[in-house]
Design a protein. Sequence first.
Length: 75
Amino acid sequence: MKELFINEVISKANYFLDDNQRIKLKEILKEICLNYQITIIEQTKKQEIQKNNTDILNKFISSKEIEGCSTRTLN
């Protein structure tokens, strides 16, 4: 699982890194990952988290409307 995580990070950063930087980043990630347990979040869990984030954002915007912020400010 950790190797999958490392490879995904490397592939996302691939555009910004040269070969030496990519190798060093991989070494650093491997070292850091030794201290962590990495698991893949199920798709349903991702959707639940996204829904919770959306709910929190909507509540925040509503509270700002109550405080009197303009629509332009809220956008």
